[in-house]
Design a protein around this ligand. Structure first.
Ligand code: B12
Length: 204
């Protein structure tokens, strides 16, 4: 079953993907297995885009299907969470609107008991700082997939420092091209390759 869901999203079968996710949830399938399936499907869509087998319209379509599917799954993974692990502020940095990976990270953090404040996409450095002040969150998670996002990640880290919060907030970053060099460039504390690493890093 699960394998079929990844293939359905790759084939851009909107109704069938949503129906298959619904059925799997009703059958008691672990929601995290379904999230992983969707992620695999999106990775394949990304690969096809890069190989020029798919165009922008297919990307947008797959992202739309992903959003509908994750909206069905999310209540099943956040419902029982006790939020005892502390607060995390998360968002995609300014100038970047990619949010599929960020949403997976937010979902898994919620599932693991974090109180997640998701600011969405194209988030200005000042908005991250305001949310950190409001919530007192000790962890800031920044996502970005565009190379130009590295600059805004750095600006965001600088803004946190400028607000005298740097020693109180652990800043973790991620998104397709992010690596150790980006950690150094931005002044963040660490980067994670996937949502499981995000959970590990947020746990300190
Ligand atoms: C889907 C997609 C889109 C969708 C986005 C839909 C959405 N709602 O997100 C749409 C079609 C809208 C889009 C638009 C654009 N895109 Co685009 N897009 C992609 C694509 C194919 C897949 C990205 C994706 O969702 N991957 C799947 C997720 C699950 O992976 P992920 O994001 O990396 O997240 C995982 C990890 O990185 C990690 N993670 C993520 N965030 C965080 C945060 C923390 C703290 C941690 C620890 C971990 C973590 O965990 C996640 C789960 O495992 C990539 C190509 C690719 N193969 O990556 C191009 C890509 C990122 N896009 C690209 C471009 C250029 C654009 C556009 C500028 C295109 C255009 N000409 O208009 C616009 C961007 C406009 C903007 N201002 O942002 C380029 C970027 C090139 C660059 N180096 O800058 C890429 C690489 C494609 C390419 N090869 O050219 N895109």
């Amino acid at each position: 079953m699960a394998e079929k869901i990844a293939q359905l999203i790759v084939d851009l079968e909107e109704e069938q993907t949503v129906a298959a996710v619904r059925t799997a949830l009703d059958d008691g399938t672990d929601p995290l297995v379904l999230v992983e399936e969707l992620r695999e499907g999106m990775s394949e869509v990304g690969r096809r885009f890069e190989e020029k087998e798919y165009y922008l319209s297919e990307l947008i379509m797959s992202a739309e299907i992903f959003k509908q599917a994750i909206a069905l799954i999310e209540p099943h993974i956040s419902g029982g969470a006790d939020m005892s692990k502390g607060a995390v502020v998360i968002g995609t940095v300014q100038g970047d609107i990619h949010d599929i990976g960020k949403n997976i990270v937010a979902s898994l953090l919620r599932c693991e008991g974090f109180d997640v404040h998701d600011l969405g996409v194209d988030v200005a450095p000042a908005a991250f700082v305001d949310k950190l002040k409001e919530t007192g969150a000790p962890v800031l998670a920044l996502s970005g997939l565009l190379t130009m996002a590295f600059d805004t990640m750095k600006e965001t880290v600088d803004a946190v420092a400028g607000a005298d919060l740097r020693d109180k907030v652990r800043i973790i970053i991620g998104g397709g091209p992010v690596n150790e060099a980006v950690v150094e460039f931005t002044g963040a504390d660490a980067f994670g390759k996937d949502a499981a690493e995000a959970v590990r890093l947020a746990s300190g």
